[in-house]
Design a protein around this ligand. Structure first.
Ligand code: TRP
Length: 337
């Protein structure tokens, strides 16, 4: 009998629970996760501990953290197969982060461009948590021995830091961590603001018309797309430099229908913006409507959802504890008796 088990490669990813999820998250994260889940052993978490690096309303954070898990499932993550959990349910994240903090150079952390950007944005609250945010992210990844980390381009530097920390620790002690690779989705998956298409669509944008939420009703979605800023001229050609507005609508249409930019251009160019916007609005509403319905169904069943969170946290903890125990031993902590 062949008892050899071929183990799958491991993926870990997560989204901060600092705002409601948008179609940008779907295009850049969940859509890919759904495609990866058959071939990899997947851990998908909600980064609530990262969220408190900026001020949160406690009740909102609590609701949103659960919403995000429900939305993962609504987007098609198979909860029997992949592990979904809330970061703060697995205390090993904070524990490993502390150890890794002691192996991260001050200058190294200071060079992170997201830290520099966020300390400007939140100049009234530049806290130490914001500074060591990427170290906590490294702990998230290294605890599960992840091989691949699907993230947006903006997180690439954090994965680079994670790799450096893993290699540093492995080298100083003995092989402990897998050294992960980033997995960055291709262009066109990056959805921009509907009002300022040179800026990324953001859940925290104060202008709600710039952003399509995964819980938006069909009429709201259509309205936002009809009001989306377009460029001067009438060409429907993918060119993010010259025509960021129309290119973004093309990206949305691509996400909703799977058609390539060339196919979209062939279909709509020369017919003016109005019929194209109409088609984008229809297609996006058709994409989101079943997601919203599943989300509401999952959310209306709190017992099932809390069972899901418990089994996710249990499974994640088993794995996380294995790694943390090795780390504690190697750095010289006494095993509790
Ligand atoms: N920092 C990530 C972001 O803002 C979220 C995140 C936290 C994450 N921990 C992670 C992503 C671990 C991948 C792996 O998007």
């Amino acid at each position: 009998m062949n008892t050899e088990k071929i183990s799958k490669k491991i993926i870990l990813s997560g989204i901060q629970a600092s705002g409601d999820l948008t179609i940008g998250h779907y295009a850049g994260a969940m859509k890919n996760w759904v495609q990866l889940q058959d071939d990899y052993e997947c851990y998908f978490m909600v980064a609530d501990m990262h969220a408190i690096t900026t001020r949160q309303v406690p009740a909102d954070l609590r609701r949103r953290s659960v919403d995000v898990v429900a939305m993962y499932a609504a987007c098609g993550i198979n909860t029997d197969q992949s592990t979904l959990f809330i970061q703060s349910h697995v205390p090993e994240h904070a524990q490993l982060a502390w150890v890794l903090n002691c192996f991260t150079g001050f200058g190294e952390a200071q060079r992170m461009t997201q830290f520099k950007d966020k300390s400007q944005q939140h100049s009234e609250n530049v806290n130490v948590g914001l500074f060591s945010y990427p170290v906590l992210m490294a702990a998230d990844i290294l605890l599960y021995q992840a091989d691949l980390v699907p993230v947006g381009e903006d997180q690439k530097q954090h994965i680079e830091l994670t790799r450096n920390l893993a290699e540093r620790f492995n080298h100083l002690y003995s092989p402990t961590f897998a050294v992960p690779d980033p997995f960055i989705p291709k262009e066109g998956a990056r959805i921009m603001s509907l009002q300022e298409p040179r800026k990324k669509m953001s859940k925290s944008d104060p202008n709600q018309n710039s952003c399509i939420f995964l819980h938006d009703a069909d009429a709201v979605i259509k309205n936002k797309i009809k009001r989306a800023v377009t460029d001067s001229g009438t060409d429907i050609i993918y060119d993010t430099e010259q025509r960021p507005g129309i290119s973004n609508l093309m990206s949305l249409y691509h996400v909703a229908t799977g058609k390539s930019m060339q196919e979209i251009s062939d279909e709509f160019n020369g017919r003016g913006y109005a019929p194209f916007k109409e088609a984008v609005a229809e297609a996006v509403a058709e994409l989101i409507s079943p997601i919203r319905n599943r989300f509401e169904e999952i959310r209306s069943n709190p017992d099932e959802l809390s069972a899901l969170l418990k089994s996710g946290a249990d499974k994640a903890r088993r794995q996380a504890f294995k790694t943390l125990r090795k780390v504690y031993k190697k750095v010289g902590f006494v095993e509790p008796s």
